[in-house]
Design a protein around this ligand. Sequence first.
Ligand code: ASP
Length: 347
Amino acid sequence: MPRILLLHTGGTLGMAGGRPSALRPAAFFKTLKSRCPELFRLADIELELFSNLDSSEMQPELWSRLAAHLHRRLPEFDGAVVTHGTDTLAYTASALSFMLPGLPKPVVVTGSQRPLGEIRTDARLNLIDAVLSALQGPPEVSICFDSHLYRGNRTRKVKVSEYDAFESPNCPLLGTLGVDATFAPGLRQKGPFRLREKLEPRVFLLKVFPGLDPALPLALLPHLRGLVLEAYGAGNYPSDPSLGRSLLPLFQEARKRDVPVVVVSQAYRNGVDLTLYESGAAALQEGALSGGDMTPSAALVKLMQGLAYHRNRESLARFIETPIVGEMTERPPAVVETPAKKSRRAR
Ligand code: ASP
């Protein structure tokens, strides 16, 4: 029988009603064995309690431990399933994808909207689908939820109380688990399976909004090693000094302090193009890095990792702006039109 490692980190999936009525982490493995015995017909499953937390408690130090644990134990198994709360699931899946380069087997993260012990739970199907995806799916960090398999670092939680809680707006599905289960081949990762567990947590994620007082993020800068700016649309932000709240001084001060600024978009679909509008171009001039179509959560953990491993500015910029584990769409190479080509086209 194939072997699957099932690591429980917590979340609604393993919770039970507490007092007065709030959900809290419960004895998960007992419920799992009684509510989902068919899971153990799919594979020889080794259960391990990594933590038992509401995922809003998740922290970078726990990601490092989780990645190290998976790196150490995965060689004994055909794949792994990580159960996790939905709130920070997309951050954790992104972090694991960057921390486990060269991953040779599937690591599938899943959770649920209703606890496993409840009648209308979605946990049973998500668990069964996650184990199947860990056996047959692509060798990368993915998220299995509501009959879909997503690339982990491309996914966002989009719904609080419906079963289809996740989407990956800029990346095709890695699998569909309907009557038949079909999987895409996924990433073809080069190089050996490594552990890159170091992260620099002194980063900040700032969402631009009308009325944002630039003095606030400017006051934060001395405490930061890196900043992700969730800008409007193609990477825009207020930059007209006559209107009083230009964010351009933030880019200028960040450059002076050698704090990299990665720009991503508030829009779900497509990504930033800093060459398109005046404010984006001004940010580029000040050394801003383009996060392309990365999700804000993927950009944030990529920056945490980049800062831990890349001391020099150019190598950090290359790391941020290059797809490492499918987290952003590769930009087509710029078409340089030679005069000869142009005149041929004109004819
Ligand atoms: N608060 C829960 C968590 O993230 C929500 C969930 O699991 O759906 O742990």
